[in-house]
Design a protein around this ligand. Structure first.
Ligand code: NAD
Length: 377
């Protein structure tokens, strides 16, 4: 664990140092202080007033500590923040929440030797992933020893015992450590955003697709607008905000955001799940390809996986694509480009995918939607 943490710190120091160098090279003045709005053109930071034509709020999010989960007695309760800096592997851990954070830490800590129990309120883990794909990951994690309690409503943590309701019964699990992973909330404390009239949607600062708040010269990007809490969304929103500030017209497309989940094998997805596509009322076609039929996956020694594509039946438009397998987080960018170019299924099938690569599984899934699959039945 010490070696792992030392490497993590080294990688982060390199990345942060790199950003620091970019800030200096671009002659950006960096003020390290808590900022508070005075009016729409003025902030106060470190005892000084700073005026500007435009502002971009990017204050991020905090871990959500749900008021409906009581904390009693003496608990070793951690959040993702502490989970990233553990100095030793807990003998056992109960994870509240089977979202991305819960499942990623479940996989990691299980691999490091901890006995892991995940408690999830809903029927499926990681709701943005098609359940057929997330189900494969869940099955693999269960084979590795992770215990999932699904449709379990956690109500209380007392003396490291997590109490939950399941099928009308009260149950509990005791662990050396408890990880709270039931979501994150926008961070706006101390900013005085309400004070200058910035409008909110519950706890998030309200923005439109050009990242504008209701105040014309104030923009807002990242977790604090709570649109989609992902790092690559925040950085793309940053570019869109700056384009608009500079007088260009740029818009964020929230229906084309790829998502990557770092398990082993990995999950990557973009767009709608099959159920969401059906709910939208469109006529759909679904194509699937199992990694067992992919040569490179066989070479890699892990054929657990699936590519599932959801298409508009009439137009061949890509509505969603979900993958589980080796390297899929690297492969999803193809679909990000394809959806930006409004490519159809035909164009993916016509694009030559090199052999041997795991990416060959993508056109196979598209062909399967039309009964034209070659390397599968
Ligand atoms: P989340 O909202 O994705 O998942 C929280 C889960 O907790 C949900 O599945 C919910 O049903 C469950 N839950 C809520 N109340 C519960 C209760 N009382 N008992 C049992 N389960 C309960 O939140 P998260 O996993 O904490 O992640 C926060 C944000 O960070 C998300 O937007 C996520 O996408 C992002 N994130 C993404 C990545 C990645 O993409 N690789 C990694 C880390 C974080």
């Amino acid at each position: 664990m010490k070696k792992l943490q030392a490497r993590r710190e080294k990688v982060i120091a390199t990345l942060v140092g790199g950003v620091g160098a970019l800030v200096r090279a671009n002659k950006i003045t960096l003020v390290t202080a808590e900022a508070k709005f005075v009016d729409a053109h003025t902030i106060e930071a470190g005892g000084k007033k700073i005026t500007s034509d435009f502002f971009i709020i990017a204050t991020g999010s905090d871990v959500f500590m749900p008021p409906f989960i009581a904390q009693e007695g003496k608990n070793t309760l951690i959040t993702s923040r502490e989970a990233l800096t553990l100095d030793k592997v807990p003998g056992s851990i109960a994870i509240i929440g089977g979202g991305v954070i819960g499942v990623e830490f479940a996989a990691l800590l299980n691999r490091l030797g901890s006995r892991v129990t995940v408690l999830e309120l809903l029927e499926h883990i990681m709701p943005m992933v098609d359940p057929e794909v997330s189900g494969l990951a869940k099955k693999r994690l269960e084979q590795d020893g992770v215990v999932f309690k699904m449709q379990a409503k956690v109500t209380k943590v007392k003396d490291n015992t997590v109490h939950y309701e399941l099928g009308g019964k009260q149950e509990s699990v005791k662990a050396d450590m408890v990880l709270m992973a039931v979501g994150r909330v926008p961070h706006t404390a101390g900013l005085n955003a309400e004070g200058i009239g910035i409008e909110f949607d519950r706890k998030a600062i309200r923005t439109d697709s050009r990242l504008r708040t209701n105040i014309p010269n104030i923009y807002c990007i990242g977790d604090v607008n709570a649109k989609v809490m992902l790092a690559h969304v925040a950085s793309h929103e940053g570019m869109i905000a700056v384009e608009n500030i500079c007088g260009h017209d740029a818009e964020m497309r929230y229906d084309r955001i790829p998502s990557c989940i770092y398990l082993d094998p990995e999950i990557a997805c973009i767009g709608l799940t099959e159920a969401q596509a059906k709910e939208s009322g469109r006529k759909i076609k679904v194509g699937k390809f199992k990694m067992a039929g992919n040569g490179k996956s066989l070479v890699e020694g892990d054929t657990d996986g699936l590519v599932k594509v959801i298409l508009d039946a009439d137009l061949g438009e890509i509505l969603g694509l979900h993958m589980y397998g080796k390297h899929v987080t690297e492969m999803i960018s193809e679909l990000s480009v394809a959806t930006t170019l409004e490519a159809t299924a035909d164009e993916i099938i016509e694009s030559i995918h090199p052999h041997p690569t795991v990416s060959e599984a993508i056109p196979e899934a598209f062909m399967a939607a039309y009964g034209r699959q070659i390397h599968g039945m």
